[in-house]
Design a protein. Sequence first.
Length: 230
Amino acid sequence: MILVIDKGHGGTNSNGVYDPGACGNGLREADLVDDLGNRIAAKLAPYDVRIEFAPRSNSLSERAAFANNLKADFFYSLHVNSGGGTGFESYIHPDAGEETRKLRDSIHGAIVSGFLAGQGVKDRGKKEANFAVLRETNMPAVLAEYLFIDNPDDAAKLKNEAFLDGLANETAWALVQAFGLKKKIVSNPRPDICLTCSTRAERDKLYADNQRLRQIIKQAYGALADVVFN
């Protein structure tokens, strides 16, 4: 599975003007979602999912095209809200199909009923909007607004490391549940046996004695080891 995480804003236009997104209470949206996106990706690292970050371009079409070219399975856009409200909300496109709606319902429900509920964060509901990254992506896409940067109480939470980590953990777990992600199967590498000999003659003798070598290997690691002579 390929998951594209879109960190909202943070791009620079052709004139070199940076887009910080919403700003307030000493915070910038672009910085917050950069941090949050990295935390989410780190928490998903043990799972069998390929994480890609959309380019932080001022062109929303470029972000959507990136996911389309990858043939990604899901597009998740991270934002922080502004405008005098409080709480968490999520968006899908008005013409979104049933699969997108089910995924959004699962992710939204897991986030608001878990960590955010325990933090007293308001659920502002599941919404629809004709946002470019939702309209132009070919795969299921959700845009999430994590609290309000211009609300002092919300901003205080967003400044808290433990809160941000809990938010990332809850989001990652919501994605795990929505897609039924499984942890990666990590094969154990063959162990090495390092045999240190005091002299070259001793090393040559041991090397020549194949039966003794087989006994050492069997006693230590069965048949799964390589032998390195020093």
